[in-house]
Design a protein around this ligand. Structure first.
Ligand SMILES: [Zn+2]
Length: 502
């Protein structure tokens, strides 16, 4: 961890009801499995709803497939034979670690592309020791499969390590549903499982996690005749090319998608559009742009199926630059493999009668990492005074929209406050709280990241108005009870501020 607030931060994540674990805690916990508490689950829902909105707005439709698939699928996809991590063992305590992550942690490099020898040399040269006991490592690299297997009805099966493969299998169903027209896009949000060697870093690297993956099926001949590209080609993104990485520099300067295509950093308009869409998604989460960069995969680290491949990385306070998304041109690899293995032709037909296998452009990410990133980036602890802590997430992403408080525990105030809370529940996520001092309730509301707090006081009984208080400015305005919904709608959904309300 980069800052000294590590303990405060971890305690906050647990105590605020965001993320608990490893679960099950009362049994000591199984590494890599977590429980989202009430506040964390609300935040994760925001993230997933933002994903749904972004994909739907851009022509994708959501589907949901099973999380368990027979091993013949994973044989065909290549996972059974090649989905492995490289491991290294501590000579002293016997603990096993993922070799590339040992190198990457706390360093701004990617070890994916390192050969086994390069990994061993790097560990030696940098005197990397066992994180558990500070012992030395064995001088050999081994491999461990990431697949979690099971048996279903006597048949060998595995829990899916990604949603992508399962998304490709109903290809013919989609093709018919979308009236035999290419391109079309589908996405899945759902659980996936990887038997990670040494899961750490909370939900950033769990063994069970929620993926969100969009798949655009395209005609390879139309990749550079991509209509939506025209609208976004001038958008500037923080591309960080392989050449710049190798020269050891990261320029803050952004370039347009069109320029990236001209410079051959990316190969097609359709891919350029996908990478723009992925970037847009992270901006829609409210991640500040200076915290985002797009990192080109090195030619050696690209997956065997991938043509164009870039990652999105976020600069987190606790872990530095962290991979949160991959955008891949998977070509016809998947449909070809599953066509061969199943014996079913997975193809499309052009207007002129030509048959072809569509290519797949994939945006692969999930909801755990963005959720964690929002907590990491917007955790704001004031050192002075009482040590006030605010979860300063952008208002549109806050887990709870509005808190409703009666000033005191008196029945007449509670009556009015409860009615207001009930009414607002129709449109917003509301936290109703009548216990403790009003000051403490404001603090708790800000700690939960809630943008607005409504207080019902004795004047409310007479003037039918309440006080609305802003989380960040702590400014208050007086609002008629019967216009609360409309005003909160303007503030929360249309991004208005108090000053705009007159
Ligand atoms: Zn050790």
């Amino acid at each position: 961890m980069a800052n000294g607030n590590e303990k405060d931060f971890s305690a906050f994540v647990q105590e605020a009801g965001l993320i608990w674990g490893p679960s099950p805690e009362i049994y000591g916990g199984l590494a890599g499995f977590y429980t989202y508490g009430p506040l964390g689950k609300l935040l994760k829902n925001r993230v997933e709803n933002s994903i749904r909105k972004t994909f739907n707005e851009n022509g994708y439709r959501e589907v949901e497939g099973p999380t368990v698939l027979p091993n013949e699928v994973w044989k065909a996809s290549g996972h059974l034979d090649t989905f492995q991590d490289r491991t290294i063992k501590c000579k002293k305590c016997g603990a096993v670690f993922r070799a590339d992550k040992l190198i990457e942690e706390g360093r701004d490099i990617s070890a994916d592309a390192f050969s086994n020898k390069e990994i061993l040399d790097f560990i030696k040269k940098n005197k990397i020791k066992c994180p558990t006991c500070k012992g030395d490592f064995e001088e050999k690299i081994e491999k461990q499969s990431l697949m979690l297997g099971t048996v279903v009805g006597g048949k060998e099966a595995s829990l899916r390590p990604e949603t992508a493969t399962g998304t490709y299998l109903p290809y013919i169903r989609y093709y018919n549903y979308f009236r035999k027209r290419i391109p079309f896009g589908v996405f899945q949000i759902g659980k996936a499982y990887r038997n990670e060697i040494s899961p750490r870093q909370n939900v950033l690297r769990g063994r069970e996690f929620t993926q969100a993956e969009g798949q655009m099926f395209v005609d390879p001949k139309e990749k550079n005749n991509w209509e939506p590209y025209e609208k976004i080609k001038n958008e500037e993104l923080p591309f960080w090319s392989e050449a710049e990485q190798k020269a050891g520099k990261f320029s803050e300067k952004k370039i347009s998608v069109e320029e990236a295509l001209k410079k051959k950093l990316i190969k097609s308009q359709a891919y350029g559009w996908c990478i723009w869409l992925a970037y847009t998604q992270f901006r829609n989460f409210g991640i500040p742009q200076e915290r985002i960069r797009m990192r080109q995969h090195h030619s050696e680290e690209k997956a065997f199926y991938a043509d164009d491949a870039w990652d999105i990385e976020l600069n987190l306070n606790n872990y530095g630059w962290t991979e949160v998304c991959g955008v891949h041109d998977r070509t016809d690899y998947d449909l070809t493999q599953h066509s061969k293995a199943s014996g079913v032709k997975l193809e499309a037909v052009r207007d002129n009668g030509e048959k072809f296998i569509p290519h797949v452009l994939e945006i692969a990410f999930g909801s755990d990492r963005p959720t964690y990133s929002l907590i990491d980036l917007f955790y704001d602890k004031k050192e002075e005074g009482e040590g006030k802590t605010i979860l300063k997430v952008p208002y549109h992403m806050s887990p709870i929209d509005v808190s409703v408080f009666p000033l005191m525990k008196k029945p007449e105030l509670r009556d009015v406050a409860e009615k207001i809370a009930l009414e607002l529940e129709k449109s917003f996520v509301v936290d109703y709280d009548f216990t403790g001092s009003i000051g403490k309730r404001y603090l708790r509301s800000a700690m939960q990241g809630t943008p607005y707090a409504i207080t019902v006081d004795y004047d409310s009984l007479k003037d039918k108005s309440v006080t609305v208080r802003d989380r960040d400015t702590e400014k208050q305005i007086r609002v008629k009870i019967n216009s609360l919904t409309e005003i909160l709608w303007g503030l929360l959904k249309d991004g208005k501020k108090f000053g705009d309300l007159k």
